[in-house]
Design a protein around this ligand. Sequence first.
Ligand code: ATP
Ligand code: MG
Length: 560
Amino acid sequence: MENKENKPSNFIREIIDEHNLNNRFNKKVHTRFPPEPNGYLHIGHAKSICLNFGIAKDYNGKCNLRFDDTNPAKEEVEYVDSIREDVRWLGFDWEDREFYASDYFDQLYNYAIELIKKGKAYVDSLSPEEIREYRGTPTEPGKNSPYRERTIEENLELFEKMKNGDFEEGTHILRAKIDMTSPNINLRDPAIYRIKKAHHHRTGDKWNIYPMYDFAHGFSDSIEGVTHSLCTLEFENHRPLYDWFLDEVNAFHPQQIEFARLNLTYTLLSKRKLLQLVQEKIVDGWDDPRMPTISGYRRRGYTPESIRNFADSIGVAKRDALIDVTILENSIREDLNKKAQRALVVLEPLKVTISNYPENVTEDLDATNNPEDETMGKRKVPFSREIFIEKEDFQEFPHKKFHRLSPGNEVRLKYAYIIKCEKVIKDDSGEVVELICSYDKDTKSGSGNSDKKVKGTIHWVSAKDAINVDVFLYDRLFNVENPSLEKEKTLHELINPNSLLKLENCKAEPFLKVAKVGENYQFERKGYFAVDSKYSTENKLVFNRTVTLKDTWAKISQNS
Ligand code: ATP
Ligand code: MG
């Protein structure tokens, strides 16, 4: 089957095209996404998901979801559930092909027995420290364990006892018998089974031994008939080992192809580090909107399309690179610009009374729901004598280039009238608490009555109609471009202390009262926002800022 869509080609697709030409897999394309259920998925995993499911789709093939659950101590059902939810949310479907490496424990055990019987695996009884010592280094060969020449019978008997729980953890391991002098350390008699008396989330207490990741991974692909096993570059050196296992038991050979993992500026993508952020409560859970997890992006208001578009746009490469996080941010901006309903919301309110506007009158003015999409129509926005504007849209002593409101100066209220600042009211401390303005009734937007022009246009909300909402503004979680390089510093030292700013009782247009989780809005001039799923209540909505409108580093303290 040819590559159907006109996606740009890449070296992986070229390899698949060649396999299809020479019939390596009978023109079949079968991939898998193989997460270890020991954490939530992050944006790096999203790249792998889009790649694996995307290739399967484009070649009319299939993609499995397989949990690589060989490490019972670190795995939890919560992670399995979150992974399923995240893959589905990204828009991919594994149909009935949800698999677990633990489904294959019996078969893997049989493969191990087969290797022992062929004289290709042995039980080693060196201590873990001795094993490390015997392994050698990248520049020095290792040496054989004194237990390497045990008889097949003895190995079978010991392995049986390992399985039955007769030995303590760390006393024996089963190793492949390959070559202790190999320049590839992965081939220096790697461990294939270890004793672990742990409860497994699927197999319970059945096993006292568990296969090593390297033993289980290649075989799982083979058992599932995966044709193209896509993985990140660090597994390149493991490929000869996977091939050795498959050859020795004469199993089906998938083609492993390695690609560069995604690294993003101002972001950490290691599950271990992300877990630490969660455990040390530096963030508010795996789905904290500052986390680079799929659930974090979802809560923050990212759309699945924006993440898929991002994954497609960065492509796949053979060499590790650091991708600028603004590429991801632009992807969500571009998507939401087309989709998001516009709304007027004043984040830091300053009261304005329009002294020549009648009391007890409300006008419903026309506002455009999305200038990028006429089909989204218009809505009515209430306007009245008392409104709120942003504090920062007024300057008592305006800078030269400040074209918004200042004493004696005029500004247009979007969708409404031109107003002029007549008087400034301050409290005892000298802070401006209210403005008295006048309006020009001939300047109503869209009326065509006046061709009066002013330099600035600002947003506003009618005071008596406004609803109160809380707004959370985010900045980058890390204060250095490449936090994974900062080995000397603790996580705490790398954290941007201003990564979250909470604004209470912001003033929103009344229609937002019914805003729901999963909807995206553009608060005009303020950015894209989404309802927070965790802290919103029936009485008050909380909005997360997904991203600012422009590609600037969000200086949230001054210029939100
Ligand atoms: P981490 O290093 O973050 O702990 P991992 O590689 O241990 O991740 P797995 O659950 O084993 O996490 O990964 C599942 C799949 O996702 C693997 O095929 C892996 O290659 C891929 N993957 C993980 N991180 C990235 C990344 N940053 N970029 C691209 N693919 C990734
Ligand atoms: Mg892994």
